[in-house]
Ligand binder design. Structure first.
Ligand SMILES: [Zn+2]
Length: 448
């Protein structure tokens, strides 16, 4: 019985390894089968259906929420197309990987190249919109102009699709320059406003290699998320094959996103899945309680603080974060401290003013600290010096074959030297500390 248990224990690591290998082989086979003729393709691991009305704003570059992705899942997005020269190459690269993405098309580009819009759709990607004229600084435009940009963009892409279907109700604002009016308008139209989780700076004048590096570094930092790229940039065309290859090598998976329709219900999710990293008790609260105002002179009693002064109890913390979270997922309510009950204000209207002495730090405190550090340094130095000298003595006595009895003449200076060295080490920093009230002793300690 015992033998068989041990046998089982010994075999288990191999069994686990074999199962692991089989699983990974199966996963690879599945992805290769998903992309016939392209054994090295990353493929598309799954499609999620999202309801824009349930989740009107996403992307941790600007908001608390993002798509409900599992670890190592990536959503590819491309802005500003279609521009035949580069967009077609991007489509070819994605096709060779059987990777599906979301394209945020510019209305004017779509009108100029309707065939490009249909190519995106026919390749199975999600067609979304990115305004009509790609104005920079839409957050500073009058709201009417912004609305017009959004609506015309959708109309132009709808016309380019040419089959009476509309693009997905996914919207990305040029440069992510949103304001409250744009957010509210998008929500009222049932549009999902997409920010992103990380860009790769491919619109800047950087090398393709830099685009690749930024994409991978930023993804590694977040572990999953929406990658923002541009299909009108030659450096993106150059970087994309390497990005897809590396994603596969590092075990990332591509997720395709489509909008919910009456016949296609949203993928069931839990609210916390829409946070990049669901909060736990290990996530610190982001705000401290308000600093009270001190009054040293004046009345002998102060009013009892109102509950509103203790704003860690603010329950709308999560609500505020969901609008402008600046990428920091917050718990819907602070997890700490637990609710405390204060006596009603009527029973305790005043507290004694704290004595001034409570806040007084004696001037000698700094010197006490310095002196104790110096003493510590001295005693440590002394201990080390004693160790070293006794080790030396032991070595000598071994080498010369002498017994423990040392001539007092030679032992005397050797034993005393460390003490005086210790005293020197101790007095030097202390003197310096007097001149320059801080941190010299730290340097003294480091020198050891
Ligand atoms: Zn853009």
């Amino acid at each position: 019985m015992i033998a068989s248990v041990f046998g089982e224990l010994r075999r288990r690591p191999w069994t686990a390894l074999c199962v692991g290998l089989l699983t990974s082989v199966a996963a690879q086979a599945a992805s290769a089968a998903d992309c016939p003729g392209h054994p090295d393709a990353i493929g598309t691991s799954r499609t999620i259906v999202v309801d824009p009305r349930a989740h009107p704003i996403i992307g941790t570059m600007q908001y608390a929420k993002t798509l409900p992705l599992a670890d190592r899942e990536v959503v590819l997005t491309f802005d500003d197309g279609p521009l035949p020269k580069y967009s077609n190459q991007i489509l070819d690269i994605l096709a060779a990987h059987c990777a599906r993405a979301t394209f945020f098309l510019v209305g004017r580009q779509a009108s100029g190249n309707p065939e490009g819009v249909r190519k995106v759709r026919d390749a199975g990607h999600t067609v979304a919109t990115h305004s009509q004229n790609h104005p920079t600084g839409m957050d500073r435009l009058p709201l009417d102009r912004s609305r017009q940009e959004i609506e015309q963009g959708i109309a132009s892409v709808t016309a380019a699709l040419g089959d009476g279907t509309a693009p997905a109700p996914f919207l990305r604002i040029p440069g992510l320059r949103v304001n409250d009016g744009i957010e509210e308008f998008a929500a009222s139209k049932g549009l999902q406003l997409w920010s992103a989780d990380f860009p790769a700076d491919d619109w800047r004048d950087v090398s393709a290699n830099r685009v690749y590096e930024l994409a991978m570094q930023r993804l590694e930092r977040k572990g999953k998320g929406i990658l923002l790229l541009h299909d009108i940039q030659p450096r993106t065309v150059a970087a994309l094959p390497r990005i897809l290859h590396e994603l596969k090598v590092r075990g990332y998976r591509i997720v395709h996103v489509v909008p919910a329709t009456p016949d296609r219900p949203a993928t069931p999710t839990e609210p916390q899945q829409w946070l990049l990293h669901p909060p736990s008790e290990m996530v610190a609260i982001s705000r401290w309680p308000k600093v009270p105002k001190f009054a040293f002179a004046g009345p002998a009693a102060l009013p009892v603080p109102a509950l509103s002064d203790l704003d860690w109890h603010t329950t709308d913390l999560g609500a505020r974060a969901s609008r402008r979270g600046r990428g920091v997922p917050l718990p819907p309510a602070a997890l700490w401290p637990r609710q405390t009950t204060l006596p009603p204000a009527s029973t305790l209207a005043a507290l004694p003013v704290p004595a001034r002495s409570i806040f007084k730090i004696p001037e000698s405190a700094g010197m006490t600290l310095l002196a104790s550090s110096a003493r510590q340094a001295a005693s440590t130095a002394q201990a080390r010096a004693t160790e070293v000298s006794s080790a030396k003595l032991a070595g000598k006595s071994r080498r010369h074959g002498r017994a423990a009895a040392q001539p007092p003449a030679s032992a005397g200076p050797a034993a005393q030297a460390p003490q005086s060295a210790g005293r020197t080490a101790a007095s030097k920093p202390a003197v310096q500390a007097k001149r320059n009230g801080r941190s010299v002793r730290v340097a003294g300690l480091k020198k050891r």
